[in-house]
Design a protein around this ligand. Structure first.
Ligand code: SAM
Length: 248
């Protein structure tokens, strides 16, 4: 079994919960946000393989096996609904927070680019006092809200990064560097006591103040069958205090 994968049996999913999840209907606003972009697509509750404790409304992976109309593919490529996937880096960073809850316990965590909200949810489950999810995409914030409810946690939502960063003691960000313009945000994140950054896109990130402390294989879910190079996630930290959980 690949590292990080668990069978449904070993992660303790009861048949009742599984049946409930299969039959659950996504919030209407969330479905509408998807079908506006991708007519015919649907959402379902999914347990991302590297972080199966967390449940998320994600693109129904059965959808992938249907032939997509060219206009649907164009719509997907033009403005991808990132929040309908749980990205490789989000899974690794979420898993990391659950394994090291002391890094966020009692603190105010700002998750930049939450997409589905996987990292923000992990921070809340790990005991953060306050979690703020900050995304440019209003639909991502809808997804964060629905997914927070699914996992029984409270997460604030914002589109105002400057305001969020002013409150942050920990900044988390996973897979936001596909947009190279976001590289310039890394310096502003360092105003927080600690930054935890997960990335699968830039092989040798050389950002002042950031150091690599962990590498792990992961896959975006539903699986986009991305090139192997995007399946290695690197975790970086920048902090004003030494942090003990290093393991390259
Ligand atoms: C590839 S998704 C990653 C989502 C999630 N972190 C994960 O790992 O599953 C990137 C997300 O970052 C958001 N994003 C990109 N640039 C951003 C910025 N400058 N500020 C806030 N959100 C941003 C996008 O809208 C999208 O929701």
């Amino acid at each position: 079994m690949e590292q990080g994968y668990e069978s449904k049996q070993s992660r303790g999913v009861s048949p009742t919960r599984e049946a409930e999840e299969l039959n659950a209907l996504p919030p209407l606003a969330l479905s509408a946000a998807l079908t506006d972009r991708l007519p015919g697509a649907s959402l379902r509750v999914s347990a991302p393989p590297y972080i199966p404790q967390i449940r998320l409304w994600l693109l129904n992976d059965l959808f992938e096996h249907r032939a997509l109309a060219p206009e649907v593919i164009n719509a997907l490529m033009e403005e991808p609904p990132y929040w309908t996937f749980c990205w490789a880096s989000g899974q690794v960073l979420a898993q990391h927070l659950l394994m090291h809850p002391e890094s966020v316990r009692g603190r105010c965590v700002v998750d930049v680019g939450p997409g589905s909200g996987v990292v923000a949810i992990a921070a809340a489950l790990a005991g953060a006092e306050r979690v703020i999810a900050c995304d440019l995409d209003a639909n991502a914030l809808l997804a964060v809200s629905a997914n927070a409810e699914l996992n029984g946690v409270q997460i604030e939502q914002s589109m105002d990064l400057g305001k969020c960063l002013a409150d942050a003691s920990v900044v988390t960000a996973a897979d936001i560097l596909y947009d190279r313009d976001n590289l310039e945000l890394l310096e502003s994140f360092r105003a927080a006591q600690q930054v935890l950054l997960a990335d699968s896109r830039i092989r040798d990130l050389a950002a002042p103040g950031y150091s690599l402390f962990h590498r792990q294989a992961s896959t975006t879910w539903p699986d986009l069958a991305e090139s192997q190079e995007f399946n290695e996630v690197r975790l970086y930290e920048a902090c004003s205090e030494p942090w003990p959980h290093k393991s390259v």
